[in-house]
Design a protein around this ligand. Sequence first.
Ligand SMILES: Nc1nc2c(ncn2[C@@H]2O[C@H](COP(=O)(O)OP(=O)(O)OP(=O)(O)O)[C@@H](O)[C@H]2O)c(=O)[nH]1
Ligand SMILES: [Mg+2]
Length: 257
Amino acid sequence: MTSSQPESRIVDADGAGGLVVIPTFNERENLPIIVERLLTAQPGIHVLVVDDSSPDGTGDVAESLAADDAADRVHVMHRTVKDGLGKAYLAGFAWGLDRDYRVIVEMDADGSHAPEQLYRLLDAVNAGADLVIGSRYVPGGELVNWPKRREVLSKGANTYARLMLGARVKDITAGYRAFRREVLEGIGLDEVDSAGYCFQIDLAWRSLQNGFTIREVPITFTEREIGESKMDGGVIMESFLNVARWGIRGRLSPRRR
Ligand SMILES: Nc1nc2c(ncn2[C@@H]2O[C@H](COP(=O)(O)OP(=O)(O)OP(=O)(O)O)[C@@H](O)[C@H]2O)c(=O)[nH]1
Ligand SMILES: [Mg+2]
């Protein structure tokens, strides 16, 4: 990963030095669209698809995308169990940290996170932020076609987390993020056990607790058009209980760094 950019730049202008981890479960129609959009927007970036043996054959689709990319930018990890978004991301992060990527990005496969806006996150990393969250709830952030009940649930979850944790992050559940590798190396990923949505809160909270800076940049979040959501009641309950626990623990013990 050589760079012709000034040394202060963490990711190059075309995305080189960055790895986008895309977890997939039954996204065969969405995946080729999102990967093409991503490599058009950031031609130097690399992609790791983490597929949990999707019954619809998403894993094979990912393999053919990897084989078709002459520049070897697309990689695939096949996992045998479907044990949630968090576990898939942890496996993907470990793969990226084993290599020399300087920034690791989280992005959904379903089109909710526009690859064309990734530059906003990467610019903020280059400007010095440790973790950048693509936020729906800062000025300039937008929601497109999201059902009202999902919006209410999301905003409620954010308010609850903000109050319980005392964290000044507007969209702490958001799944469009860019981490400097030092963050992922420094927040104790081995101890992370959250599976679903809560995983996002968990990582943001650990980042703050370890003294890293979080910056939010506005994004346009678009409801998926193809395929099914994997959101369920268990995920909501996990978040509710864990956030309360972390909030109490955070108030009892000082910051780790
Ligand atoms: N590998 C893996 N990927 C998953 C798993 N659960 C969800 N995903 C992927 O994670 C991303 C987000 O999942 P979604 O179902 O869109 O969940 P969501 O965005 O919270 O819900 P919606 O807003 O309703 O779409 C998508 O790319 C999914 O395919 C899982 O258990 N394993
Ligand atoms: Mg989604």
